[in-house]
Design a protein around this ligand. Structure first.
Ligand code: DAK
Length: 264
């Protein structure tokens, strides 16, 4: 796997990896190079998914997760470049959803605009007490362009999302937790990364096949009516009965022993 990136870093430790955006001087703002490297890295992770059980996505340093799309770079984009930039950013957000293992966004400091949107495309968000979320695009004459108009409504409800997007106001971590945007709050970045690793550890004790199937069914259902979503659930529920893991998990229960899952 190519790990020689300039604006991101990928570190693997055992079954888990940590992917960081690494442009600390610009508060990890997302420019085209970051997106290009994220796309390449996530594509490689997807292709080599058998080696991993979980991913942590974070920002370098203590001040920011990601302070948004790079405003300096965006300000001189032609409409065509802006379109390509949008497609690239959307590809990255879809890749997070397509990875067959959980991705936890670990947010410390600013998660604004495209930063908030990238965090929302992960499976769930952990944050530190300094985290600050917002979709300030309308202040720049823009609208959220990496899925914010869609994902924020689904996460916190349409009314809350509209109030945040129309005002462009920032939300501190307590409110973000109350809104359901953030799942858990930690005192420090170290505590948060340790907490996220522990959670991935708990998840990886379960059947990797069942976890990845639950992820894809939940993501697919997000865009469907309840009746359509239930059909997708029933289809996959049936299919999983052909798996080794299902037989092993149910046998282990009846034999009162720990299951030894293979992910197949
Ligand atoms: N882009 C580029 N540089 C940024 C940046 C950003 N988003 N945010 C911060 N920086 C840079 C600053 O310019 C500064 O650089 P130097 O001046 O040192 O060279 C450095 O990071 C440190 O920032 P500050 O000096 O401003 O630090 P402060 O602590 O005083 O303030 C701040 C931190 C986060 C409150 C402030 O930097 C700020 O307001 N930043 C902008 C936040 C923001 O508005 N973010 C949303 C960006 S809009 C699209 C798809 C997606 C999007 C748009 C279109 N398409 C579909 C086409 C997404 C849009 C956005 O994300």
């Amino acid at each position: 796997m190519n790990t020689k990136f300039e604006t991101i870093t990928l570190e693997q430790s055992g079954d888990f990896a940590t992917l960081s955006v690494s442009r600390e001087k610009s508060l990890n703002a997302l420019n085209a190079q970051v997106h290009t490297e994220l796309k390449e890295c996530l594509t490689q992770l997807k292709e080599n998914a058998d080696n991993l059980r979980g991913l942590i996505f974070t920002g370098a340093g203590d001040k920011a997760f990601i302070a948004g799309a790079d405003i300096v770079e965006m300000s001189s984009m032609t409409p065509e470049q802006a379109f390509n930039f949008a497609v690239l950013g959307q590809d990255v957000s879809l890749l997070f959803e397509e990875l067959p293992f959980p991705v936890i966004a670990c947010v410390n400091g600013f998660a604004l605009g495209g930063g908030c949107e990238m965090a929302m495309s992960c499976d769930f968000i952990y944050a530190t007490e300094t985290a600050l979320f917002g979709q300030p695009e309308v202040k720049l004459g823009l609208i959220p362009g990496f899925g914010g108009t869609q994902r924020l409504s689904k996460l916190i409800g349409r009314n809350n999302a509209k109030e945040l997007i129309y005002t462009g106001r920032n939300v501190k971590v307590d409110e973000a937790k109350q809104l359901g945007l953030v799942v858990k709050v930690f005192a420090t970045k170290e505590d948060m990364l340790e907490g996220a690793t522990k959670t991935l550890g708990k998840i990886s004790a379960n059947s990797p096949l069942a976890v990845s199937t639950a992820k894809s069914v939940m993501n697919e259902g997000n865009d469907l009516t309840i009746a359509e979503g239930l059909k997708v659930e029933a289809k996959h529920f049936g299919e999983i009965f052909t798996s080794y893991d299902m037989k092993e998990g149910t046998s282990a229960f009846t034999e009162k022993r720990k299951a030894n899952f293979k992910g197949e």
